[in-house]
Design a protein around this ligand. Structure first.
Ligand SMILES: Nc1ncnc2c1ncn2[C@@H]1O[C@H](COP(=O)(O)OP(=O)(O)OP(=O)(O)O)[C@@H](O)[C@H]1O
Length: 520
């Protein structure tokens, strides 16, 4: 089945998640030049993969305890390969290699920092902006351990983006490096929910706790939180192609177990594999491919910390390290095939993948000609795990991103949600009735309601007014902008109301806003 995707809307029986993607109709099958076909390691063929896919979701699940600690034990008992769990390198040749045991050791310390030093409790939200440094992975695992909800952001965010994310999420803790700390400081006063700021740097910045120093103070003794499978685990902001970025919440099981589809089937990883995924640490793709999918399979997560994408560095890295599996964006492959690949021999590389945008058939063809390897495409969204993809053993059709993933019933449907005949263009839908797949996001976290005050803020007592209001409302943004937005929690008392000209209650759901005057 070839999936053609057209527009975005919602309907009853399926959760429609397609975006305005025009998928080119492919004209011919890829010509085989040099061919290095590797048989799937984790499944026989597409049909049997779908048939045998069966994941039982337990009531309680925590990836750190139920997956990472299991690999740690296997490692200790000599039941896993000697590959590191995390293999990090940078442009200066510095390397960090952590076994699952070392990952456990450092992340337990960081978990103690979050809980003991920062007083963060289960369910509290942690906003993380770090580039591809090993500590990014530690924060991920430490949040799992403490049951705190991780909200990753990309280093490209502006002060306005950061402010919006912090206000919308109500994050209590921010973690970043010295490049972004000053930017966060410019908006911190507008984000009263923040109680802790952690800095990854050799330099001290006033008001920021030093992550490395704090980790040196605490023990590595930490008991992982016994989280429910459906409990909030992470919130990713979508990239905002079709509107404002949406706060997409995932549970411990939706990614922690759901991404088995990616790791076992699409990436076809085992504990013998070294997997390099180049995506930025702020997007859901990093949770997919740099955390959950490879570690579910016990594979080694490889990272090259490049300040910017450089084709020579990528090609050199692929030829100097035993990387078996490589995933990058179609744009990156386009750049790579323009370089002189013949200078390099990829000794271990056997499986290449791409996702995030359509790949041009010419790029696939060129890559195959130069390396002998196919590029397997994947399609998914922040809200999902892999929705569709080309899986090993499948014929690769230029212009098609493959077939539905196991775990999802994916169909091409019309506006009413009726399945369209083969070859007809429509929307892409995932069936959510009668059973909603557990590997879907939980909800869009919305700013449920807030009031907009139109008061005489120029009056001398505006500070007192804000203080007074703060005792009755959840959040008051700093007085830098009119009208001021305030999270509504209760009726406003007379002492306050006398100073306010107008109060509007605004309900904001993603994509729409309702407004009602509730005062004067
Ligand atoms: N293989 C692919 N081919 C074409 N497009 C793809 C592919 N993989 C992913 N995409 C695009 O990436 C999108 C998923 O990205 P993401 O979840 O960040 O949200 P977004 O759709 O870009 O933004 P928003 O939901 O905020 O509008 C898909 O909807 C699709 O547009």
């Amino acid at each position: 089945m070839t999936l053609y995707v057209r527009r975005k809307s919602f309907f009853n029986h399926c959760l429609k998640i397609s975006k305005k993607n025009e998928v080119h109709e492919g004209g011919r099958w890829l010509q085989m030049c040099r061919s290095k076909t590797s048989a799937p390691k984790n499944f026989c063929d597409y049909e049997s993969m779908r048939r045998t896919y069966n994941i039982r979701v337990p009531q309680r699940f925590n990836f750190a305890k139920d997956v990472l600690e299991q690999w740690e034990t296997k490692e200790k008992n000599g039941q896993r390969s000697s590959l590191p769990a995390l293999w990090w390198v940078n442009d200066s040749g510095v390397e960090v290699r952590w076994s699952f045991e070392e990952l456990g050791f450092h992340s337990r310390r960081l978990a103690n920092v979050l809980h003991q030093e920062c007083s963060l409790e289960r369910g509290d939200r942690v906003f993380l902006i770090l580039p591809r440094v090993p500590e990014w992975w530690l924060v991920n695992v430490a949040c799992l351990r403490t049951g705190t909800v991780l909200i990753p952001g990309t280093s490209q965010l502006t002060a306005r983006d950061i402010c919006h994310r912090l206000q919308a999420s109500g994050a209590k803790c921010v973690i970043t490096d010295e490049t972004l700390a000053p930017l966060l400081d410019t908006v911190a006063s507008d984000c009263p929910s923040i109680s802790t700021k952690l800095l990854l740097s050799h330099r001290a910045i006033h008001g920021w706790g030093n992550l490395t120093e704090l980790m040196g103070k605490v023990s590595d003794d930490h008991v992982c939180m016994d989280t429910r499978s459906d409990e909030a685990m992470t919130i990713f902001f979508t990239s905002g192609t079709t509107g404002s970025p949406k706060m997409t919440q995932h549970s411990h099981c939706s990614y922690g177990l759901g991404l088995t589809v990616n790791g076992r089937y699409w990436l076809d990883l085992t504990e013998q594999d070294v997997f390099w995924n180049t995506s930025d640490t702020g997007w859901a793709k990093s949770a997919w491919s740099s955390v959950f999918a490879p570690w579910i399979q016990g594979a080694c997560v490889f990272i090259h910390h490049m300040p910017r994408f450089d084709t020579s560095t990528v090609l050199k890295t692929l030829s100097s390290y035993p990387i078996t599996t490589f995933c990058t964006a179609p744009t990156a492959y386009r750049m790579l095939v323009q370089d002189d690949i013949s200078r390099f021999t990829f000794k271990a590389l056997e499986h290449c993948l791409c996702a995030g945008e359509p790949i041009n058939p010419e790029v696939m063809w060129k890559w195959k000609e130069l390396t002998g390897l196919d590029i397997y495409e994947g399609y998914g969204q922040t809200e999902t795990v892999l929705i569709a993809g080309t899986f090993k053993g499948m014929k690769i059709k230029p212009g098609s991103f493959g077939k539905a993933s196991p775990g999802y019933d994916v169909q091409v449907v019309d506006e009413d949600g009726s399945v369209l005949p083969r070859g007809q263009e429509g929307d892409l839908g995932i069936r959510v009735k009668p059973d909603r797949p557990f590997s879907l996001f939980t909800e869009y976290t919305v700013v449920k309601a807030f009031v907009v005050l139109t008061a005489d803020y120029k009056s001398r007592d505006h500070k007192e007014l804000i203080q007074e209001l703060q005792t009755h409302v959840k959040t008051v943004t700093a007085p830098y902008k009119y009208p001021r937005k305030i999270e509504f929690v209760d009726h406003l008392p007379k002492t306050v109301s006398g100073k306010i000209r107008r109060v509007e209650l605004r309900k904001k759901e993603w994509g729409q806003q309702t407004s009602k005057q509730i005062w004067k």
